[in-house]
Design a protein around this ligand. Sequence first.
Ligand SMILES: [Zn+2]
Length: 219
Amino acid sequence: MSEIVLAVREACADALALLLPVSCAGCDEPDVALCERCVLALAPDPRQQVIEVHGGAVTVWSGIPFEGVAARVLRAIKEDGRTSLAAALAPALTAALARAGAADAVPVPMPTSRGAYRRRGYRVPDLLVRRTGRRPRRLLRYARRTSDQRGLDRDARARNVAHSLAAVDAAGLRVVVVDDVVTTGASLAEAVRALRAAGADVVAAVAVAATPRRLPTGR
Ligand SMILES: [Zn+2]
């Protein structure tokens, strides 16, 4: 689907949201999409973690911990169609991209499953990249089906996603992989593997938010 069609679908989702009674996505304060206090709670607080990937470890930078207001806002974007809130997370993603040294790398979003795309009508990682003013390049595809990662432990997650992705048109490109949330990093590691296999130079991986318990390496 073209970028224009995607932009129109996102605009329609935004317009629909305007017709409904609104409350703060972070704290339920009425009549505001995101209150000032919750905007402040989304201030970037970049962290890094290192994930092991065949061919060399990769650093994952995240912009903000996945908890509290950030977790609620991401859920509102993903599950309630409140796509306009993605702008509020742009500073966190921009900070992660900057710390990753990926300012000039091509942002490659994690692919969205067909089911999730049908349900939402938009791709969350792509939407978040566009709100930073960058153009996502969808170079990753699912090579096979995977199970839901929720409820799986670290090893099971890695097994579930192993060789599940393939990259196209990536040869010779300097890329950064982008996702909305990083938990164990298993999905990002698989994306890095697939991009390297297709000849890309992967600078880093970044996520808007990271599950806090997975952040042992500090800032
Ligand atoms: Zn609020």
